[in-house]
Design a protein around this ligand. Structure first.
Ligand code: WT7
Length: 654
C-alpha cells in the first residue's frame, strides 16, 4: 500500500440484500433499474436529456443538453425554459389538487394540513406580494425563518417570479445574517417575529434588526410573518407584516418562464477556512436531480408520507423538503422544533401520528436518540415506516444497525446518501430495491454520476480499500454553477486540484472489493501518524463500537517523532468520569481500538466530555478540537456552538 494514500482500517462485512416486501412494492422494477444504469453508462448526456424531457414540464423544450464551451462553468439545458414552482405545484393540480402537500407541526403542538390547491394559492398570493414590493427576476431575497410551512411558501414564491432566494438558518447570528445579506445584495428580507425551538422563542425579527443596524443599504423591505405573536417593533417605511403585504393580492400568478440555467438559489456553506461561499444552483438541472433522486433513492410513491428532518437552512431542506418531494407530488411533514420537546420521543410520536413512511435524518440525530436507549422508540407504533435514510456524515456501523433494528424493525431498507451542498442532490447512494447495503457505506454512484477515487496524480485507484480523493469525473445536472460573485473561488476550490478535469469533493474515500464507496472523512481532517495517513471516521467508528461510548471525535496533534499523534474526544453513554479522568477506561479504550483496527490507530490521548462541539448543521467542529488538542488558545468564532459550556471540559479544565 502506498504511503501517499490514505489507509483504511475499518472492517465491516455485514451485508443487507433488498427486502422482498420492499422490492415487490417498489415503484421501479429491477429490470427498469438495470436499464437506467446501463443507458446512463452508454451515453451520459443522452441519458440526462431523456430524464429532463420525461421528468420536467418545459414551457420551451431545450435543444442543447450540455454546453461545455466554458467548462467547468457547465450549462445544462440552457436554451430550455421552465419554472420550478410550476413544476412543483401547478402540475399537481390537475389530478390531485386536494391531496395534502404539507403536514405542518409546530413545536408547541399546533398542526396544519395544507393541500396542493391551497399551497398553490398561498404561493401565488405571496409571489404577488413580492412583486408588489418591486421584486423582479434576478433580484435576491433573504429568507430567515423558523422551520414552518411559510418558509417553503416563501422559497416557492421566489422561484415562481424568478427571484433568487438565499435561506439563512434561523439559528445563525446577526453577523452571519448580515454577511449573507451583503454578499447577495438582497433587496428584501423575509423573516418572522420568532420561532419555537427547544421550548424557547428564537428572536428572528430582533436579530434581523441587529443585522440591519448599519450597512445593508440594499435592503428596502423586511416582510415579517407572525408566528409566535410576541411583541416586536416594526421600522416604518421598511418593515411590513406578511399579512399586510398580501392585502389585495390575488391567488393568480403566472409563473415566470426562465432559462434552465437561471439561478434558483444561493446557499452559503462555511468550509474550514475563509468566508462562507454562496453556492449557486440552477433551475432546470437542479430540479431534475432533486426529482430523479426522489424516485431512485426514496422510491417516492403516491401514498408516501415523507419526512426529512432537515431545516430549510441547509441544502437537505432545499432538495428534500422544499423542492424534490413537491415536484414528485408527495406529502411532506414539516416539524418546527427539536427532537427532545416535550420529551425524547417526539420524532417517533410524529412518525406514529402522521403515519410517516419515509424518514430521513442525520447520523448525529440517530446517535443522540440511540444514546437515550431503546425503550422510548419501542413505546411507539413505527409500523408505517418503510424506508429510512441518513445524510451529513459517515454513519458508523453501530448506529446503522441500531437504526435498522430499533427504528426500522429490520423491515426498512436504509439509504446512506452521500452528497454535498455543491452537488445539489444525492450522488452516491443505494437504490433500495436494487442495491445490497453494507452498514457504513453509501454504496455506489447513482445512474449518470461518474464518481471515482483517485490518487494525488489524478489516477484512479483500483486497489481495493486503498484510500484517496473522491472526485466526480463528468458534469451532472444539479452541479453548482459557481460561487456567487467569485468565479475564481469556484475554480480554485473545486477544479484546480486536478487541472479542471475532475470535480474535487474534498472528501477522502475508498472502494472495497465490491466497488462500494466508504467515505473516510474530509481531506483536511486526515491524520498522518508515522507516515500512515488515517481517516478520522474509522477511528471514531471503532471507539463508538465500544459498549460504553456514544460519540467520538478524533483529531491529530503535532508530535515530534510520529508527525501527528491521535487525540480522541469521547462522549460516554453514562456519566462523564469525575473531573474527566478515568485511567482504567482510557486504557481499555486504547486497547480496544488497537484490537479493532490495529496499534497504529491507538489514541495517544482520550478526553471525556458531555458533548462534542458541533456546527448548527450537526457537523463536529474538528478544527476547534485541533486547536484545543494543541493546547492553543481558541481564536475561532464559537458563537455558533450548540453548547459553549463544554469548552472547559474539552480543554481538560473541568
Ligand atoms: C459533506 C457535505 C449533503 C447534505 C448535508 C451535508 C459529508 C454528507 C455523507 C454520507 C459520509 C457524508 C461529506 C460531504 N457527508 N453525506 N452519507 N456519508 N459523509 O451537506 O454541509 O454540504 O456537507 O458532508 O464530508 O463532503 P454539506
Amino acid at each position: 500500500m502506498s504511503q501517499d494514500n490514505i489507509q483504511s482500517t475499518l472492517q465491516e462485512d455485514r451485508t443487507f440484500p433488498p427486502k422482498h416486501n420492499f422490492v415487490n412494492t417498489a415503484a421501479l422494477s429491477v429490470t427498469s433499474l438495470e436499464t437506467l444504469y446501463a443507458s446512463a453508462k452508454q451515453d451520459n448526456e443522452l441519458f440526462w436529456a431523456e430524464q429532463a424531457r420525461q421528468e420536467l414540464d418545459w414551457q420551451h423544450l431545450f435543444t442543447t443538453t450540455l454546453d461545455d464551451s466554458k467548462a467547468p462553468f457547465y450549462r445544462w439545458f440552457h436554451d430550455g425554459k421552465l419554472n420550478v414552482s410550476y413544476n412543483c405545484l401547478d402540475r399537481q393540480l390537475k389530478d390531485h389538487a386536494d391531496k395534502t402537500a404539507i403536514i405542518f407541526e409546530g413545536e408547541p403542538g399546533d398542526i396544519e394540513h395544507i393541500s396542493y390547491r391551497v399551497l398553490h394559492q398561498r404561493v401565488c398570493r405571496f409571489a404577488n406580494a413580492l412583486k408588489n414590493q418591486d421584486v423582479k427576476v434576478g433580484d435576491r431575497v433573504i429568507i430567515y425563518m423558523p422551520m414552518i410551512a411559510e418558509a417553503v411558501i416563501a422559497m416557492q414564491a421566489c422561484a415562481r417570479i424568478g427571484a433568487i432566494h438565499s435561506v439563512v438558518f434561523g439559528g445563525f447570528s446577526a453577523q452571519s445574517l448580515k454577511d449573507r445579506i451583503e454578499d447577495t445584495g438582497a433587496k428584501v428580507v423575509i423573516t418572522a417575529d420568532g420561532g419555537h425551538r427547544g421550548g424557547k422563542i428564537i428572536e428572528l425579527k430582533a436579530t434581523t434588526d441587529l443585522a440591519l443596524v448599519e450597512g445593508c443599504d440594499n435592503v428596502k423591505t423586511v416582510i415579517i410573518f407572525k408566528r409566535t405573536g410576541h411583541e416586536v417593533t416594526l421600522k416604518p417605511g421598511r418593515d411590513i407584516w406578511w399579512s399586510d403585504a398580501e392585502q389585495g393580492q390575488t391567488t393568480d400568478c403566472e409563473p415566470e418562464w426562465l432559462p434552465a440555467d437561471h439561478p434558483l438559489f444561493l446557499l452559503y456553506t462555511s468550509g474550514s477556512t475563509g468566508k462562507p461561499k454562496g453556492i449557486q444552483h440552477s433551475t432546470g438541472g437542479y430540479l431534475l436531480n432533486a426529482i430523479t433522486s426522489m424516485r431512485w433513492v426514496f422510491d417516492i410513491q403516491a401514498s408516501d408520507i415523507f419526512w426529512c428532518t432537515a431545516d430549510v437552512g441547509w441544502i437537505t431542506g432545499h432538495t428534500y423538503v422544499a423542492y424534490g418531494p413537491l415536484a414528485t407530488g408527495a406529502t411532506i411533514v414539516i416539524y418546527e422544533g427539536v427532537p427532545t420537546i416535550p420529551d425524547a420521543g417526539r420524532f417517533w410520536d410524529i412518525c406514529q401520528r402522521h403515519k410517516v413512511t419515509t424518514f430521513y435524518t442525520a447520523p448525529t440525530a440517530i446517535r443522540a436518540l440511540m444514546k437515550i436507549g431503546d425503550e422510548i422508540p419501542n413505546g411507539y407504533d413505527l409500523s408505517s415506516l418503510r424506508l429510512l435514510g441518513t445524510v451529513g456524515e459517515p454513519i458508523n456501523p453501530k448506529a446503522w444497525i441500531w437504526y435498522h433494528n430499533i427504528i426500522g424493525q429490520q423491515r426498512c431498507p436504509i439509504v446512506d446518501t452521500w452528497w454535498q451542498t455543491e452537488t445539489g442532490a444525492h450522488m452516491i447512494a443505494p437504490v433500495p430495491s436494487f442495491t445490497i447495503t453494507k452498514p457504513g457505506s453509501c454504496t455506489k454512484a447513482l445512474p449518470g454520476i461518474d464518481a471515482a477515487i483517485v490518487n494525488e496524480q489524478g489516477q484512479e485507484i483500483t486497489v481495493a480499500d486503498e484510500g484517496g480523493f473522491l472526485v466526480i469525473r463528468k458534469p451532472w445536472p444539479s452541479m453548482m454553477q459557481t460561487v456567487w460573485g467569485d468565479d475564481q473561488r469556484y475554480l480554485d476550490t473545486y477544479w484546480d486540484h486536478f487541472n479542471g478535469r475532475y470535480y474535487l469533493a474534498g472528501d477522502s474515500a475508498r472502494r472495497d472489493k465490491d466497488g462500494y464507496f466508504w467515505i473516510m472523512g474530509r481531506i483536511d481532517d486526515v491524520l498522518n501518524v508515522s507516515g500512515h495517513r488515517l481517516g478520522t471516521m474509522e477511528i471514531e467508528s471503532a471507539l463508538v463500537a465500544h459498549d460504553n461510548v456514544s460519540e467520538a471525535a478524533v483529531v491529530g496533534r503535532p508530535h515530534d517523532i510520529k508527525g501527528e499523534s491521535i487525540f480522541a474526544y469521547v462522549v460516554l453513554k453514562g456519566e462523564r468520569p469525575t473531573n474527566g479522568i478515568d485511567d482504567q477506561l482510557t486504557d481499555e479504550l486504547r486497547k480496544w481500538v488497537a484490537t479493532q483496527i490495529g496499534p497504529i490507530a491507538k489514541p495517544d490521548d482520550i478526553r471525556y466530555a458531555d458533548n462534542l462541539p458541533k456546527t448548527r448543521s450537526g457537523k463536529i467542529m474538528r478544527r476547534l478540537l485541533r486547536t484545543i488538542a494543541k493546547g492553543e488558545a481558541i481564536t475561532q468564532d464559537t458563537s455558533t456552538l450548540e453548547n459553549e459550556d463544554i469548552l472547559p471540559q474539552l480543554q481538560g479544565k473541568a
